[in-house]
Design a protein around this ligand. Structure first.
Ligand code: B12
Length: 215
């Protein structure tokens, strides 16, 4: 279903209109649209369109940075509403972007949606190596580690982190995602789950912990 306010949000991200993105995000909340949907179908959809334009060389890194800033102008308004009143109780998830990669928009969106689904999220940030994941796994005792990468050049880093986590913490499930990743790659590195988008990330977390979706 195409909803106008989500389309407007996506277009404002693509057109780098941060003030409009913020205004539309607030309007979506005021009019009772679910913030999760506004993030996924508005803001993330806008960034995906930016990605397509970048691939087609219709825009370049400086423009992408401005689009990202516009995206965050809306994200910062919507995200507090997504997690409002949520008490984490379903489990702990460690999330981070693997070494060599600084793209963190997708990771930040996945994080908020997992929090909204009732998990406690420990966000390690970006450009993280094996040692940082192992150290945090030891202290935070997560049930799941969620790894994100947007670059083909950092997929080896994802494989290495997954392997070391499994070796050191066999009880922890590893979930992977990001544009260059797919199920074949996930299986090849023995990750426990691959999610193409936020919806699947949430589904995956439930599935890995054997939790009924409605509980
Ligand atoms: C935005 C962007 C940037 C921004 C990043 C801002 C930021 N803070 O993240 C800036 C401008 C800084 C940037 C820089 C660079 N970028 Co860039 N960038 C992009 C772009 C256009 C969009 C990425 C994005 O935000 N998408 C929107 C979000 C919502 O989608 P997403 O990240 O895929 O996340 C979704 C899913 O994948 C999934 N998901 C994500 N993580 C996880 C994790 C789990 C566990 C699960 C289950 C699911 C999941 O759920 C998310 C929500 O639905 C992509 C193009 C593309 N097609 O992806 C290029 C792209 C990723 N960049 C690329 C490159 C090359 C670079 C640079 C090296 C460019 C340069 N020459 O300087 C640099 C440096 C990067 C580095 N070392 O990290 C290439 C990578 C090519 C490759 N080898 O794979 C791409 C693919 C562009 C291209 N076609 O060439 N970039």
């Amino acid at each position: 279903m195409e909803i106008k306010i989500y389309q407007d949000l996506a277009r404002a991200v693509v057109e780098m209109r941060a003030v409009d993105v913020a205004r539309l995000a607030q309007q979506a909340l005021d009019e009772g649209y679910p913030p999760e949907e506004a993030i996924e179908l508005g803001l993330a959809a806008g960034m995906n369109e930016v990605g397509k334009r970048f691939a087609a060389q219709e825009c370049f890194v400086p423009e992408i940075l401005v689009c990202s800033r516009a995206m965050y102008a809306g994200f910062n308004i919507l995200k507090s509403k997504v997690t409002e009143g949520k008490t984490a109780h379903k489990g702990t998830i460690l999330i981070g972007v693997v070494e060599g990669d600084f793209h963190d928009i997708g990771k930040n969106i996945v994080k908020i949606m997992l929090e909204a689904a009732g998990f406690r999220l420990v966000d390690l940030g970006k450009n993280l190596g094996v040692a940082q994941f192992l150290e945090s796994a030891k202290h935070e005792k997560p049930q799941i580690v969620a790894l994100s990468t947007l670059m083909t050049t950092t997929m080896d880093s994802m494989a290495e982190i997954t392997q070391q986590l499994h070796a050191g913490f066999p009880e922890i499930k590893v979930m992977v995602g990001g544009a260059p990743v797919n199920w074949d790659f996930a299986r090849s590195i023995k990750a426990d789950f691959y999610g193409e988008n936020v919806r699947l990330a949430v589904q995956g977390a439930y599935q890995l912990l054997g939790i009924d979706h409605e509980s």
